[in-house]
Design a binder for this molecule. Structure first.
Ligand code: SF4
Length: 298
């Protein structure tokens, strides 16, 4: 698989696993599935088995050979915590990350329950760290993190597409043994209130309270591709403002296939304008108020 990526928040992708199954409405237009299924049955192709879960052992050591520090998105073509990926294999992935402290690894899952269970398990951690010490000699100078757990250069995150899944996945994320915790609200399919989990760690007088925000980073974006569902501009504005108020880093990744009229009017003469309600329903813009209309970018 390609190592370079157009994903704005990372430098490279690493796929020691490919394939997955859908878990929630955020998966409906999974780009990885669309890509992989295109090749199902093509004899000799890397994705001849489509989006079936496959352990890609030949890719495990890839980050060892990258000397220049990179931000690496782990499993852009899968979910590492899928039930068909054995615990021992996930431990090997963590061992490789432990052996590559020059990089920053960015994990994202829609299965935080299993992630929390594994990362909080002493046996799992010991297995990963022991394995990393075996890997070390071929790491060409890279020093494993020894007995540091959680790994400081591994960011673990959850995808949340709406409030329902935020309420389920974020508390589980916060109970996970991790150094950095983040949220990807993409594709954003509804309004999300993160206030329960955001905080700047400062009191009203500006004095430090001795704790930091439960979340370290929030990314948001709209959906792309065929049949993409529109994102209300106010949903993403709200996330931006919530993060700004609490000094949590926020990245607006993209509008996706739909954008406010004001953003795309000059470039989308053939675009179809729709009025998007705050609940996500749409109707022809002519029958709705202007200003919150969105256009599909073709
Ligand atoms: S969890 Fe991720 S990789 Fe798996 S089907 Fe859903 S969007 Fe695709």
């Amino acid at each position: 698989m390609s190592v370079t990526t157009r994903i704005e928040w990372t430098d490279a992708t690493w796929n020691p696993v490919t394939g997955c199954t859908e878990v929630s409405e955020g998966c409906n237009h999974c780009y990885a599935k669309t890509f992989a299924e295109r090749w199902r049955g093509s004899v000799g192709h890397y994705f001849a088995s489509g989006f079936d879960v496959r352990l890609r052992r030949d890719k495990l050591a890839l980050p060892l050979h990258w000397q220049r520090p990179r931000r690496i998105f782990v499993n852009s073509m899968s979910d590492l915590f899928h039930k068909d990926v054995p615990d021992s294999y996930i431990a090997s992935v963590f061992a490789m990350m432990a052996a590559c402290p020059q990089h920053t690894f960015q994990l994202l899952t829609k299965r935080p329950g299993r992630m929390r269970a594994l990362l909080g398990d002493d046996g799992f951690a010991a297995r990963a760290m022991d394995e990393s010490l075996v890997i070390k000699p071929i790491a060409m100078g890279a020093k494993p993190h020894g007995d540091i757990w959680p790994l400081p250069h591994v960011w673990v995150g959850v995808s949340v597409e709406n409030q329902r899944w935020a309420d389920i996945r974020i508390p589980t994320l916060l109970g996970t043994c991790a150094a950095v915790r983040w949220v990807s609200a993409e594709p954003l399919l509804g309004p999300v209130d993160l206030s329960t989990w955001l905080g700047d760690g400062f009191g009203p007088d500006g004095a430090p309270l001795g704790w930091r925000s439960a979340l370290d980073w929030v990314v948001a974006g709209g959906e792309s591709g065929h049949g993409a569902r529109p994102m209300h501009p106010d949903w993403v504005r709200s996330l931006r403002d919530q993060c700004a108020r609490t000094r949590v880093p926020f990245l607006f990744k993209q509008w996706g296939a739909w954008a406010p009229e004001s953003v795309c009017a000059s470039t989308t003469g053939a675009a179809t304008a729709r009025y998007l309600d705050f609940d996500g329903s749409t109707r022809p813009a002519a029958r709705g108020a202007r200003g919150d209309a969105v256009k599909e970018i073709r």
